[in-house]
Design a protein around this ligand. Sequence first.
Ligand code: NAD
Ligand code: GLY
Length: 363
Amino acid sequence: MKTIEVRASSTYNVLIGSGLLDALGEQIKKVCNAAKAAVISDSNVFPIYGDTVTQSLRSAGFDVVHFVFPAGEESKNGHTFLEIINFLAENHLTRTDCLIALGGGVVGDVTGFAAAVYLRGIAYIQVPTTLLAAVDSSVGGKTAIDLPAGKNLCGAFYQPRLVLCDIDTLDTLPVDIFRDGCAEVIKYGILYDNQLFSTLEHSGLQFDREAVISRCVELKRDVVAEDEFDTGSRMKLNLGHTVGHGVEACSEFQISHGKAVAIGTAIVSRAALASGLCDNETRDRILSILEQFELPTTCSYSPEVLMDWALSDKKRAGDTVNLIIPRSIGHCDIVPSPVANLLSFIKAGLSYGHHHPPQKAFR
Ligand code: NAD
Ligand code: GLY
């Protein structure tokens, strides 16, 4: 097992390893003295792992209740959020009790947000069961729900008390959803770690899960320690997200977050080349690795529509949008760009460029 300590407004551990779920109750007892634990999960994950988690919690002496909502991004909304809050109140959870987010990023984000506001803050534990949640959403305390106007527009920074990542849970993840997480893993390579990127180029999907997840969490730990509240360097973690969130929203969430991030990253890399901000090799390696992982690199939405969504992105500041630009593999910059230039940037990103074979449109 690997233990990574995250130092933010509170300090907590991320435990990564095989067979950890059975010890969840014991691990939680070390970090909080709750009497009652509310397990929040979705309709795919709870039937697989609910019993193991409940048994582990009960053996450790917790009184356990659970709330399960329909799986999918469509559930990451105000309705589910209020259902969870009401469930907690009806079950008399007190401020010293805890919530357990058992699932992927959707469960983690909405549970974290409920934990942030229920009784003005209650402890929560992240138990990520997707690769994406393991390497990204479970760490760092960003919690959110989506609004009709856009992704993650309502949320809070609220750090978990513990993150327990049992890599065995990834064994039941459909490969297509595993690929979504790979988009975020690739993102860390492009942002910070040429060696991680090369490892992925060589391994494809068959990478060492404990080692790669641990590396990504170490990278995220460093970012969160430096800029917990996302006013500076943490914005880099949104590589591909400004356009990606637009793709996700345009598709009415039929294109998953991971695939939308892949499309957004591909668009930014083409546009960066077209704007003279990166070289051919950087763009080509990014497009090639996304294709190698069978992630999409383009979409059929118009640049105008994508720009509209990009303008409601949280990284917009007045007439400026902070774009995350890959300069080379392992190095990206935050480039403030006038909103007026965004349309031509996205247009350049949607065109294929002449050094790379066009890929079939994803949708
Ligand atoms: P998800 O939570 O919807 O999970 C994807 C699917 O996999 C769901 O159908 C789920 O039920 C299923 N599933 C989960 N674990 C499983 C398992 N072990 N076995 C079988 N099926 C399983 O999606 P996701 O990709 O994990 O997360 C995407 C969400 O994360 C988005 O809403 C995104 O905005 C958010 N996100 C948040 C942050 C953050 O910092 N808070 C970072 C990145 C992404
Ligand atoms: N995934 C973006 C962040 O945690 O900042």
